[in-house]
Design a protein around this ligand. Structure first.
Ligand code: LFR
Length: 469
């Protein structure tokens, strides 16, 4: 009997509702709704329009149920680190703030005075970063004390949407792990970190294991759906869509606005070397961990595209990649982790500024050349990351699995294979969606974990890129 599950996958530039029907050993996906969204300033803070996203999600789920009347379940995954503070009635106290808002930079000194990088790493196994929920909540307490005083609970974004669908609050393990507020392995919040930062422990509850049923959907018209925790964090879901060779796992690179590069492990990597290299031991959607580097990704290009569009220049990605492919390599490598690239707007100007600082004396680069510099620089960064993972794990893995939107970018995939010197297997594009569906089928008793590899193989198309040298 065919069975249909629904995945809600919310990225920081678009969201989608996708139906997946499992039959004959594979999943057929139908994208029911897709919507763009972006953060805007509200009360002086870069914030998300969560009401708009909620309305889109509910409309998408209603359409999905109309198209697939037998759909049995739904799960929501989102980008990491953002959260929603709720009052005693379960209503947001402030709009959901965006991790790219610069309030965390303003409060960073105060944060570090209470919890220095070494102590934060020791307590959590997560690389310190201004975007972490821990930094954001400290900024919230510092800059919005009145709102913080009215806050009863803080839910991570995926858990907030699960709460809207069920009325049941919870703290899923994968977004909890990414927050920088949990003990290594993320089975519980860290009392030491909460105390050090003055974050009320009452804002949180027990960490909930992923791959579990939450409860029935209470939204009108959607009562047939069981809401599942498939993996609240999008990259945790994406990793669940990888075919696994448990004897020798490949590295993964989840490539969207962010580039999340890592490896699958049962336990955390907590050595001094791992700390110095900037490893974050984030949780998988199943019981394990995925030590990784959280690197800047295609965000730089997305923002360049936006600027070029606003200026009435070439901004179509297919055309831009064609121009980049035709452009000769300038040999310029920029540091894609430069904090100037972390914030929105005027990205082309900032890329040009960084290129000029390299003192190449080249004439102003056109769109194609700029895109090429960005892609070559990302590939170089990935190669450094792979070398660091090799050093940490003491083993060279056989291939790099590149999933997410970036897997469609053939130039990036080839440049990456060349830079890392190992085959890149690109795809699936919608890895988070597939990972969510697989987990839901497992939780709902329709798929045995032992059959997952075969279903992934039958469902996901992949392209292999061999290194040129
Ligand atoms: C990717 C991602 C990364 C996370 C970053 C910021 O979508 O979830 O894993 O660290 O967004 O939220």
């Amino acid at each position: 009997m065919p069975v249909t599950v629904l995945a809600v996958d919310l990225g920081s530039s678009s969201g989608r509702v996708v139906a997946g029907t499992y039959r004959d050993g594979r999943i057929d996906e139908v994208e029911v709704r897709r919507f763009p969204h972006r953060a805007r300033h509200i009360d002086g803070y870069l914030s998300w329009d969560l009401d708009f996203i909620r309305d889109e999600v509910v409309a998408g789920l209603r359409d999905a149920v109309a198209m697939f009347p037998d759909a049995i379940s739904v799960s929501v995954d989102t980008w990491g680190v953002d959260y929603v503070p709720l009052d005693g009635d379960g209503r947001p106290v402030t709009p959901g703030r965006c991790y790219r808002d610069d309030r965390t930079t303003r409060t960073l000194d105060g944060y570090c005075a209470r919890l220095d990088d070494e102590a934060a790493w020791a307590a959590t196994g997560i690389a310190p970063a201004v975007i972490n929920s821990s930094n954001q909540l400290f900024a919230y307490l510092t800059e919005e004390p009145e709102a913080a005083g009215r806050t009863e609970r803080v839910l991570f974004l995926a858990d907030y949407f699960t709460f809207l669908l069920t009325g049941i609050p919870g703290w899923s393990r994968s977004p909890a792990s990414t927050s920088g507020l949990c003990v290594p392995g993320a089975d519980a919040f860290s009392g030491d970190v909460l105390d050090a930062l003055g974050i009320p422990a009452s804002w949180f509850g027990a960490v909930a294991p992923e791959h579990a049923v939450v409860g029935p959907c209470t939204v009108e018209g959607l009562g047939q759906l069981t809401v599942v925790r498939a993996g609240g964090h999008d990259t945790a879901c994406a990793v669940h869509a990888l075919q696994r060779d448990t004897a020798r796992d490949a590295y993964f690179l989840s490539c969207g606005s962010w580039s999340v590069l890592g490896v699958l492990r049962d336990g955390p990597l907590l050595s001094q070397e791992a700390r110095e290299l900037g490893i974050s031991n984030e949780a998988r959607a199943d019981a394990g961990l995925r030590p990784l580097f959280n690197l800047t990704g295609l965000w730089i290009l997305q923002e360049c595209q936006r600027q070029w569009r606003d200026e009435g220049r070439t901004h179509d990605i297919v055309e831009l990649l064609r121009l980049a492919e035709a452009a000769p390599s300038t040999g310029i490598v920029i540091d894609t982790e430069d904090p100037r690239f972390a914030v929105p707007d005027a990205m082309v100007d900032r890329v040009r500024e960084v290129i000029d600082e390299a003192g190449t004396g080249l004439p102003t680069l056109d769109e194609g050349a700029i895109v090429r510099v960005v892609l070559e620089s990302l590939a170089t960064r990935y190669a450094d990351g792979v070398a660091a993972l090799d050093a940490l794990t003491g083993a060279r893995v056989p291939q790099l699995n590149l999933v997410g939107g970036g897997s469609r970018n053939a130039l990036l995939c080839q440049l990456t294979a060349d830079a890392v010197g190992m085959p890149v297997v690109a795809g699936p594009v919608e890895a988070s969606v597939l990972g969510s569906m697989l987990a839901q089928l497992e939780v709902m008793g329709h798929l045995a974990p032992a059959d997952r590899n075969a279903v992934i193989g039958a469902t996901a198309s992949t392209v292999r890129y061999d290194p040129a040298r």
